[in-house]
Design a protein around this ligand. Structure first.
Ligand code: ZN
Length: 378
């Protein structure tokens, strides 16, 4: 199943339901995954297998995908890269890691997932072989209670092989990229792996349409999305590499005093196009009041409450000289706002996702940012 280790930080992605923790990693189900389960349950009923065995089959496949993801997470943690969460999509899991691994680390993190499935398949097949219970491939197409273990083993084999395909967003695409990165720049390597992913998706989709195999079209669609997302991320890295945070940050913004009320903040929200307001005590930065926190405070505490009670005291902090490419993963979430502090703990700017996307657009059309940009205001 295609999956990715997109380094997104922050809170719950949209559309996920429920959450449990395994090995310290939060696992979420995307709502489309629930739809798939319903589809599988409805379409799989009847036939010559009992309902209980069908449920065991589905749970076993789900667990296999989960173990695959935990394989990535475990090797990642060996390199000190924390997995923020695993989201289960219909065609597989997506592990979100806190940062991009280095190419040689990525090789092993990517290999770990499909290797888990390969080992599971190997162990199950060995068990069946030992018991002389292996049946032919053709018999597997007819699901029965007796070939349950073999179907689970075969499912794991498919999972492993599919993920070894050297195209983004499959794990094989990451392996390909980490190998290419030894000869080419990382961005070129990403672009090639993403291109391979798009080509794979298009051929898979066409074949699926011609052969009226619509599950394949469905998978192709997700593969295409994943590949497109990866190449956009690579483009973002190319456009921001070597650029300091100061070249993209907002330097003209309104602030609130720590004695201001929610009413003052709401008025400022209406009067400006700003969504996040730094709360200051003179020169000292105390916290950041975002639009959502403002709305929550308005609903719960009323308009006479102080902004100090509603603000975020630990918003993401950046330094003006930090490389923009390094902060891109952090900022990928829309609505995200980071404060930019200089060496003396003075607030010098804000970096928002909206502003960053405008910066990327301008860069794409060839604009060289003004190195003096940060000195224009204040
Ligand atoms: Zn994987």
């Amino acid at each position: 199943m295609p999956d990715q280790q997109r380094p997104l930080s922050g809170t719950t992605p949209q559309g996920s339901v429920g959450s449990v923790r395994l090995l310290g990693v939060p696992i979420r189900l995307h709502f489309t995954f629930v739809l798939l389960l319903v589809f599988l349950i409805v379409s799989g009923l009847g036939g010559s297998q009992s309902m209980a065995y069908y449920a065991v089959y589905l749970i076993a496949l789900f667990a296999s995908v989960l173990l695959h993801e935990l394989g990535h997470a475990w090797v990642g943690s060996r390199y000190g890269i924390h997995t923020i969460e695993v989201v289960m999509f219909p065609i597989g899991g997506v592990s979100r890691m806190e940062r991009d691994p280095k190419p040689n680390q990525e090789l092993w993190i990517a290999l770990a997932g499909p290797l888990v499935n390969l080992v599971l398949a190997g162990v199950l097949f060995a068990l069946l072989y030992y018991r002389h219970a292996i049946v032919g491939l053709r018999d597997l197409l007819q699901p029965t209670d007796t070939n349950l273990i073999e179907r689970i083993a075969f499912g794991n084999l498919i999972l492993a092989l599919f993920n070894f395909i050297p195209a983004y967003p499959m794990d094989g695409g990451r392996v390909l990229r980490s190998i290419l990165a030894r000869f080419k720049t990382e961005n070129e390597a990403t672009r090639i792996a993403a291109w391979a992913g798009r080509m794979l998706a298009i051929s898979m989709g066409l074949y699926g349409l011609l052969a009226t195999h619509f599950l394949l079209v469905f998978v192709a669609f997700f593969v295409y999305l994943g590949a497109a997302q990866e190449s956009a991320a690579a483009m973002g890295r190319t456009l921001t590499a070597g650029m300091p945070v100061r070249s993209a940050m907002v330097t003209e913004f309104h602030t609130l005093e720590h004695g201001s009320t929610i009413r003052d903040a709401a008025n400022l929200l209406l009067a400006t196009s700003q969504q996040d307001f730094p709360v200051m005590h003179g020169d000292q930065f105390l916290g950041l009041l975002g639009r959502n926190a403002l709305m929550r405070a308005l609903a719960h505490d009323g308009q006479e409450a102080y902004v100090g009670g509603a603000m975020d005291r630990e918003p993401p902090r950046l330094s003006p000289d930090q490389d923009l490419a390094d902060v891109l993963p952090l900022m990928a979430q829309s609505g995200m706002c980071a404060v930019v502090m200089d060496g003396n703990e003075h607030l010098v700017g804000l970096l928002t996702a909206e502003n960053l996307s405008q910066f990327l657009l301008l860069r794409r059309f060839g604009m060289q940012p003004d190195p003096q940009h940060a000195d224009v205001a204040h």
